[in-house]
Structure formats: C-alpha cells, structure tokens
Design a protein around this ligand. Structure first.
Ligand SMILES: *Cc1c(COP(=O)(O)O)cnc(C)c1O
Length: 386
C-alpha cells in the first residue's frame, strides 16, 4: 500500500460496536474474572491488557501504525521522544557502554548520554558520520552503540545511513536512528538496516503542538526488550496523548508533502534575501549533503530550514520580534511555521566549543515550516529581515 493510503487507512485495533474512531481507554487497570485469567495474561499465553504501564489499546493503535509506516515488525510508544531515545539506547546495550553520537545530534540526546547514562558508567564519544574512515576507527570496542539522525537538527545534515549501518554492523555495533525530522514520510531507516528507529512524536508525527510522546520501532525481538524497559521504568505515556497522536499521524503524509514543498520554496527564497548570510536546507544544491539527501530521502527533503543571519544575536533578536505570522516557539513540527534559536534552546546542553564544532552559533535560526500559503511565509521573513 502507498504511504498516503497507510496513514489515512483502516482502524488498527478492534473497537466496541465497530466505532470508527477508537475510544480513549483512559483506564489504569483491567478487571479479571478469576486468577487463571490474569495468570495466563501475565504469563504471555493470552493476549490482552492488565495494567496501563505495560500496555493499552491506544498505545497499540499508534505503535502498529508507526511500525507499518517505518516498515518494521513492531513498535512501542513512550512518554516522550527523550524517553524513546533513552530506552532505545538501553535496549541496545547491556551495562556500561560506549555511546557514539553523531556530531550534530539533538542536545537532549547528549544530555541523556552524558548526564544520565554517564552516571552508570556509560561513556559518550562524538563521531563524524560524514567521514566513514574516521567512523570506522571509532567502532571497535566492547559494548558500543551508534546514534545518528536521518536529518540533523538544526543544519539539515544527512549522513550516508546505508553505508554507516553496513559499516557499524561489520563491527558488531547496533545503530539507533532518530527519525524525528524526516519522519517515515521521507526516510525509513529500518529498511537500511537500522536496529531501532526512535521518534519524538511531539514534533511532526503528532503535528499540532498538543502532546508529548515518543515511539521506538524495530524488530519484534528488539521491541520486546524496549517494551520491558518502558514497563519496568514507567516510561509509559498517557492514553490521551497516544489517541491525539494517532489523530495527528492520520494527516502526516498530507502535512509533510505540503510543508516540505513550502520548505524548499522558502529555502530558495531566503538564499537570495538581504540580511541572510547562509541557508541550510538539504534540498538546496548549496547544501553539503544534497547528493546524499537525494539518494536517501524520498518525497522531498523535510520541513526544517535553518539560516544564519547577518549581525548575529542582536539581529536575530530583531528579526524574531518583527515576525508577524511566524512565532518564536522552542520546538518544531507544528502545522504552523515557527522559529527557534538552537544555541539558546535545543542545543543548550552543548559547550561553546561543541556548538562551534557543528556550526551552531548565535546567528543561527531554525525554521520549522508549516502548511500555510508559502508566499505569506516568505513575505513575513522578508519583512522581518529587512
Ligand atoms: C524534540 C526532539 C527530541 C526529544 O523529544 P521530546 O518529545 O521533546 O522528549 C528528540 N530528538 C529530536 C530530533 C527532537 O527534535
């Protein structure tokens, strides 16, 4: 089935009375007729739900749809994108691990690896996922896991995932891909061999800035391990968030098609605009990863455009204040266009040297392009930058 058909498609779980929209199973627990029944369920001989920390029909509906879109056997929803990354890293390692992070990874992933897992003997190292030779040198070592994004935040770097995954697997290193920016509409890393794929559903998957949620997709065996951790650690979301997210995912294809087309037009317009020092968008031929992006992404290049503004922090501040349509929102993936400032928001966790190493400074603005009429978005930036 085509992607557009899959997202809009049928009901994933049976509903009472064949209701077209699933109810929200806002319950913490289920009742049983006798002890044998609960014993069979907890022992795995019987399908069903007992306690919502371990599973719920709304979680299943979203997980099944995500697995179908990511072309994996299974998926598990989590309380947030951050919880999905933490759980996935834990599921791919056992004990003190070396966590290899691609240079331009999301700041929160650095926080997880350094501040949280670092307390338990894990060790974080930066790797350049655009330099396969350097990467190969870092792959040898016990208990290693590699974490990379399909499209990076905020500069739109696209690593050669197919080559990276092959190389990592040759060295016995599992690979976790954060697919938040690309969404399965543009990239399906599991089809390239990624061991687990994680999302902040909070962003494009949900699409409406009204929930916090994550999901991890992968093989049945890997997801069983992720599920064990989610259940034991209590990284479980709320049923309502999963219900809202499923509602959002129904229009994922439509939203991404529109917003990535808008992004390409906005990026091209910004490239020639006064006040703009540089534009970062993998769909532009000026982007260092344009060829890799053309090879690995489908149906466009995503909806995040970043730019470096002439005049640094003060100029960015003026631009943000002058934007009328576009709001400053330290997140992304909404149906409306928003801007953020990575140095102050998403990449706070990084030291000044680490930010410099990936090309993020005070002049960089990240735009999450929405589904509005693109000429209105362009006009707003032209006015604000003037
Ligand atoms: C926002 C984000 C996360 C974290 O997700 P939350 O839902 O905020 O916990 C992880 N990765 C990327 C790329 C993100 O943009």
């Amino acid at each position: 089935m085509d992607f557009f058909t899959k997202v809009a498609g049928r009901q994933e779980v049976p509903t009472p009375g064949n209701a077209v929209a699933a109810p929200i199973f806002q319950t913490s627990v289920y009742a049983f007729t006798d002890i044998d029944e609960v014993d069979a369920l907890l022992g795995g001989q019987r399908q069903g739900f007992s306690y919502t920390r371990g599973g719920n029909p709304n979680f299943d509906a979203l997980a099944q749809l995500t697995a179908s879109l990511e072309e994996t056997e299974a998926a598990v929803v989590t309380a947030s994108g951050t919880a999905s990354l933490l759980t996935a890293i834990m599921a791919l390692t056992s004990g003190p691990a070396r966590i290899l992070l691609s240079r331009e990874i999301y700041g929160g992933t650095v926080g997880i690896s350094r501040s949280i897992l670092g307390r338990y003997g894990c060790h974080m190292e930066w790797v350049d996922t655009h330099n396969l030779q350097e990467l190969e040198g870092a792959l040898d070592g016990p208990e290693t896991v590699l974490v990379v994004e399909s499209i990076s935040n905020p500069l739109g770097r696209v690593s050669p995932l197919d080559d990276i995954i092959t190389l990592a697997h040759q060295h016995g290193v599992p690979v976790l891909v954060d697919n938040t920016f690309a969404t399965p509409f543009h990239a399906r890393p599991a089809t390239l061999g990624a061991d687990l794929v994680a999302h902040s559903v909070t962003k494009f998957m949900g699409g409406h800035s009204d929930l916090i949620l994550g999901v991890v997709a992968g093989s049945r065996a890997r997801i069983a391990e992720v599920n064990r951790i989610v259940d034991s650690a209590g990284f479980t979301p709320d049923p309502l968030a999963a219900w809202l997210a499923l509602r959002g995912v129904r229009t994922l294809a439509l939203r991404m098609e529109r917003s990535s087309a808008n992004a390409l037009q906005l990026a091209a317009a910004l490239e020639g605009m006064a006040g703009v020092r540089r534009v970062y968008y993998p769909g532009l031929s000026s982007h260092p990863d344009h060829e890799v992006a053309r090879r690995l992404l489908s149906r466009g290049f995503g909806s995040i455009v970043s730019l470096s503004v002439d005049g640094g922090y003060a100029a960015v501040q003026r631009m943000v204040r002058r934007l009328q349509l576009v709001r400053f929102v330290p997140s992304l993936g909404d149906i409306a266009t928003t801007v953020s400032h990575p140095a102050v928001a998403s990449h706070r966790e990084l030291s000044a040297e680490e930010k410099a190493a990936v090309g993020i400074d005070d002049s960089v603005v990240r735009i999450s392009v929405g589904i509005e009429q693109v000429s209105d978005i362009i006009a707003d930036f032209r006015h604000a930058l003037s």
